[in-house]
Ligand binder design. Sequence first.
Ligand code: 5BU
Length: 283
Amino acid sequence: MPAMSAQTYAQRAQKHANPAARQLLETIERKQTNLCVSVDVIKKADFLAIIDAVGPFVCLIKATGTHVDILEDFDETIIKDLQELSVKHDFLIFEDRKFADIGNTVSLQYSSGVHKIASWSHITNAHPVPGPSIITGLGVIGRPLGRGLLLLAEMSTKGSLATGAYTEEAVRMARAAPDFVVGFIAQRRMEGIGATGTESNVEEEDFLVLTPGVGLDVKGDTMGQQYRTPKQVVLESGCDVIIVGRGIYGKTPIDINYVHTQAERYRKEGWSAYQERLQLSSS
Ligand code: 5BU
C-alpha cells in the first residue's frame, strides 16, 4: 500500500497545502475520529437532531440534505443552524453536491443560487466526467476561500462505470491541481494511480480518500448500494474517512438514542482500524 497509509493524520496535516484538508486532518486527530456521517433525511428537524446527536463522534458531516431535492422544508436558517452545530461540536461540513457540468455553470452553481454552497461548505465534490475544466470553474470560487474539492473517482454501487481508465484520468486531473483538489470519493488509496513516470511529485502526493458504502450490519440495500466494514475500508484498503448514513440513523422512526449509540460504535470501529493499520505498517 502507498506510504501515506503508514503516516498519522497529524503528520499529514502538517504537510498539507490546502487549508480545508489540513483542518480536516487536524480535526480527525484532535477528536480521534475518522467518521463522517451522511445525513440524507427529508425533514429539517430530523436533519438537525441527527447532527446534534452524532456531532461529538464525527470529523465531518456530509449533507446532501441541503439540496432542495431531498429536504422538504429547506429554508435559509438551516445553513446557519448547521454552521452553529459545526462550531459547537468541532466538525467540518461537506456538501455532497456532485457537480458535473461545464466550468462556467459549476462556478455559478457553487457560488450563487439559494444555497451559496462555497460560502459555508468546507469541502465539496465533483464528477470528473467534464474533464479538467470542472476544476477550473470550481477553483475560481473555492480557491480564494480556502475550500477543498474531492473528485468522484470510484463509486460504491454495483455496476459502477467509474473504474479503470476513468479512475486513472480522475487521479491525473487531481494531480494537476493539488492546491485545490484534496482527494477523492473512492474505495481505496489513489496515490500513484495513472502516473506515467514523468511526474515530479508522485512520491510526495497525499490524497484524502473518503469512502461511502460503509455498514456493519448489512451488505447492501435493494437499490445497488454495497457496504463494506470500517475494517475493510480503513485497514485493508487504506482509506482515510468512512462515510456512514443509514447504518447510523436508518432505524425508522428515527431514534436519537440509537443514532447516538451507532455513531459511537462506528467511530470506535473506524479509529481502531486506523490504529491497527499504523501498527501493521510500523512492524
Ligand atoms: P448510506 O445510507 O450509508 O448508504 O449512504 C451513503 C451516502 O453516500 C449517500 O449520501 C450516497 O449518496 C453517498 N454515496 C454512496 O453511497 N456511494 C458513492 O459511491 C457515492 C456517494 Br459517490
